[in-house]
Design a protein around this ligand. Sequence first.
Ligand SMILES: [Zn+2]
Ligand SMILES: [Zn+2]
Length: 591
Amino acid sequence: MEKAAHTTGIAFAGLISRPPLKLEGVEVYVCPATAHAEFADEPVRLVPGDKPDKFTWDARQNGEPLAIVDRFSSTLQVPRAAIQSYLHQHYLGSRFPTVNLKVTFKLDGWPSQSFYLRVRLDAQPLPHLANWYRGDPHVHSAYTDNPAERGHGLEVTRQAALDAGLDWIVLSDHSTDLNPERFAAELDEVRKYRDARFVFVRGEEVTVASGKAVLLSTLHLLALPSPDDPDRGFGPTPPEAVIATGDGSITSPAMSLGDALDVIARAGGFAYAAHPFDPISPLLRGGVWDLDVDFLDRNPARQGQLQKGLVGLEPWNRATTATADDPGDPYCIRRDADPARCFHSDAAQNQYTRLENGIATGWQPLLQKGLPASAAAAVGDAPAFKTLLVAGSDAHGDFNYESTLDAVDFLADPSRAWSGYAEDNALGTLATVVYCPQGMGPRGENVLRALRQGASVLSNGPLLAAAFVSGTTKDTSLDDPSAVPVGGVVSAALTALPPLALGWVSSTEFGPLSVIRLVLGSRAGEHAEEIPVPEGKEMTSGGLVPIDLRGRLAHQAGEWGYVRLEAHSRNSAGEESRCYTNPLWFRITGP
Ligand SMILES: [Zn+2]
Ligand SMILES: [Zn+2]
């Protein structure tokens, strides 16, 4: 809660002032998420005994409301036992898998404000494969603080991430909201809230100027620190470790993309292009990346290679399938509300539409350009460059759905200027899952190595992992010392090419695998085919399933190519979930 919107870089900020908000308390109501259930009149009581507690959480002291002068943030934990006993008291039935929540803020001198949420109780664990760690490389915390976006503190973010089934998070707060002091304070908190179970890494989402000579054309860059020293930041010495790039306003200058990549690479770090073909609010100035000008190195000696420090792109950004105009009631829990304001699908905003567009217009062309560049560079068994994929939720602020106050949308929908809008994107709904056979590392060292190598898959549910495995014992697994996992490189004569071994797992939440797509890339383009899911193995491969690629690669002698995979699953509600692997590169040296 806050007295006035925090603003950075917006000149009219100083003109807005309001008296302190006076908070009396917060009431929480729960009802089953079934068609005709309505909220009871009485809030959930969190104070034990017979005390006549009017409020679920009473903010008053000596009968006086809590004055919020600037900003106030607090976590109210509602124990599951309190919810269950409340439901048993007020509703028929014994098990309520999904519930609606009404959270009412009682303010002195203002009308009460209610927000509606939907929560799944007792959700199953997410699909898991040994040595793969599910995480999110693109999350905003309270260190992001501007007119459109802000997140929560690290303690709450960590709890939400654990509840959502994540093992690690890279904090990617906006460079326009950071300075040396804030960046140092963030590291102190990162150190405090990471342990053997959960790892925070401090990264940065850097606003940079595109190489295109277009006014106001800035891009977003996900900067990740050195895997050898994740706490180092991005400069030679603190406090320069932060890349601070103005205040984000239209008149504020941004560092050039080339200079930012140079700083990141010198510090041992690396970077992904954030939402490169998915322009976001001009307020945050995140524009569209240009293949030739922004992705590729313009030095003739490095023709066809990614700019130094850049390893890939994030075309899967925000796990959206539906949007709502009312962030206070995104699930349209109040049945009497205007149905037009309920969650509704928007084909252009759907995550798969945006992802497929990013793959077709960005990733495939870059992978294609990489193959001849690899051949020309003659660098032994390593391709001259790989272009990797990463997926990030870009969650900020809300853990139940994403809500953004976006004044720019005022032009499209005047109601949004005041209320913002909501999307069904939240922390944990979209993940990058990294392969770390040695564990994540105490500071996330191995998570970062996997993100730099491409030993990772992208998922909003099921997992599909792949490796070239030459071992022949029955114990053969991805952890076999001979295994080359996704992101890796194999160079072999055709007869000696090891089989590609696949392993997968889903859950009832995401449903059985319906399709596995195998995509082979060569200089001639990509060729996709569907691999039938073996009967009885729709939920899990139960071990490795080998595929012999040799018959498909006979014509590729002497050339580089790659193989990548996609899995689709569908649950009983008809919802589709997907997993995309990073490629494995190979060169067939002869027959
Ligand atoms: Zn961004
Ligand atoms: Zn972001």
